[in-house]
Design a protein around this ligand. Structure first.
Ligand code: CTP
Ligand code: MG
Length: 232
């Protein structure tokens, strides 16, 4: 079974205040940290990185220098995340039956999470890595609580999200026809009635969204580096 990883990295970082995917995080571009486990994973057959048109050449050069023989493509993204993902899926190897989509802005994905995300698709149309809410969840409109939702039923979606490629392409077509935009690909798969499994994620697999997230990422990397030094 061939699996293509799709890494959407064509965002503009509005909430962060600047384009974040190429910013140096402890000496290396954020995108490099995110790509590393995909480059190392035996479960990933090829990687498709999706960047803004203007960043195609520089990204291809940088990625080539770290690809260590794995097939890596770099393609142009679109206005919405969904458009970028579509371009990535369209560029993936025709022999790939699964696509494993992962935000460039989540640098702490692991080989283990990638493997679990793929394995969960054996008996499902797709899988979403997610964490259970630790806090009590309130449903509200206009800042007034309407009800409390059973916490054990609430899962906060992360990536990787892995899907049957043929079905994802149908879901993307359906989303375009019916003008559906999801903040993740699972939402448009769910709209088709496909069966999506949840895979237990990790709180460290957070998305760098706002400036404060950058400091959290730096702290984790410094901590990991210290741990590695002690183990040497
Ligand atoms: N992305 C993309 N193409 C877009 C929009 C987003 O490939 N048109 C990517 C981003 O680069 C990121 C992921 O999708 O890796 C979503 O994370 P997010 O935090 O939303 O990143 P941005 O869209 O860059 O940030 P913001 O929404 O604050 O502008
Ligand atoms: Mg965004």
């Amino acid at each position: 079974m061939n699996v293509s990883a799709i890494i959407p990295a064509a965002g503009s970082g509005e909430r962060f205040g600047e384009v974040k995917q190429f910013k140096l995080l402890v000496g290396r571009p954020l995108l490099f940290h995110t790509l590393k486990p995909f480059l190392q994973s035996k479960n990933i057959h090829e990687i498709v990185v999706v960047v803004h048109q203007d960043d195609l050449d520089a990204t291809f050069r940088d990625v080539l220098s770290i690809s260590a023989g794995k097939s890596v493509k770099v393609v142009a993204g679109g206005k919405l995340r969904q458009d970028s993902v579509k371009n990535g899926v369209d560029a993936s190897d025709s022999n790939s039956t699964l696509v494993c989509i992962h935000d460039a802005a989540r640098p702490f994905v692991t080989e283990d999470l990638i493997q679990k995300s793929i394995s969960a698709c054996e008996n499902a149309d797709g899988s979403v890595v997610a964490i259970q809410s630790q806090d009590t969840v309130k449903y509200s409109k206009n800042r007034t609580v309407e009800k409390t939702i059973a916490r054990e039923n609430i899962w906060l979606a992360q990536t990787p999200q892995t899907f049957n490629k043929e079905k994802l392409l149908l879901a993307l077509d359906n989303a375009e026809t019916n003008q559906l935009t999801g903040t993740d690909e699972s939402a448009i798969m769910e709209a088709m009635g496909y069966n999506i499994k949840l895979v237990e994620g990790d709180s460290n697999n957070f998305k760098i969204t706002k400036p404060g997230d950058w400091m959290r990422a730096e702290a984790i990397l410094h901590q990991q580096a210290q741990g590695n030094l002690k183990n040497d």
